[in-house]
Ligand binder design. Sequence first.
Ligand SMILES: NC(=O)c1ccc[n+]([C@@H]2O[C@H](COP(=O)([O-])OP(=O)(O)OC[C@H]3O[C@@H](n4cnc5c(N)ncnc54)[C@H](OP(=O)(O)O)[C@@H]3O)[C@@H](O)[C@H]2O)c1
Length: 246
Amino acid sequence: MKTILITGCSSGFGLEIARHFHERDWRVIATMRSPRTDLLPPSERLRVLALDVTDPQSIRQAVAEAGPIDVLVNNAGIGVLNALEGISMDTAREVFETNTLGTIAVTQALLPQFRQRQSGVIVNVTSSVTLRSLPLLSVYTASKAAVNAFTESLALELAPYQVRVRLVLPGRAPETRFGENARARMTAGIPEPYADLAQHIFAEWQQSTLLTHPQDVAEAVWRAATDPSTPMRIAAGADAIEWTQD
Ligand SMILES: NC(=O)c1ccc[n+]([C@@H]2O[C@H](COP(=O)([O-])OP(=O)(O)OC[C@H]3O[C@@H](n4cnc5c(N)ncnc54)[C@H](OP(=O)(O)O)[C@@H]3O)[C@@H](O)[C@H]2O)c1
């Protein structure tokens, strides 16, 4: 029986990925900053562990408690939507600490066991905004584009050890808590000179009918984890798939 460890399982994609693999008879280690046992079904194959990807001690402890892992999914992430002039450097650092350095740190902590066993899969969840640039997302896009570059280089480094590394790029998914969570970093609002641009962008988004659902992301992660023939970049969701065809 294979074991998957997923970061950021308290909501959204992470929670759905945990459910998806559990339903398919995998052993699942669902990690959360604040562990909750009421989100997933009680099961001998399911463990909830505390893991804050920005905290080295928390990473060490979770990796020690988890035991052998076959698949790591770096899913935890935070967003910020604003003109660059409206984003403090503290916020920019927080976004990179979680999305970029958090992914690198958790990967580094699990890597020795993958290399020694000469097997394992690492799946990094980034975003379709790295495929087609949008305004007001400069810092978020940079944090995820850095993970794309990191992943593609790491894949070459680990290929001799039979460790596979893949990217899943979801499109826009209003069903998750992502927008609500990001709002905490946007309390100062959009700077006035960018108000018209922001209104125009928000109106465009309202009109777009193609969206991503958590199930699309869970299925893309499933393919990345179980099918060695998948390409390096797997778009998840109708909008993300359309963007890869541009
Ligand atoms: N929704 C979208 O439109 C969209 C599109 C493309 C890509 N993505 C990416 O998909 C991933 C999942 O997002 P989602 O839509 O499912 O959003 P979500 O519902 O907000 O879930 C994000 C998860 O990350 C966790 N998290 C945040 N900071 C963390 C930290 N320091 N350590 C560990 N966990 C942390 C959150 O936990 P807490 O409950 O503790 O905050 C939450 O469980 C993210 O990487 C996001 O960038 C989202």
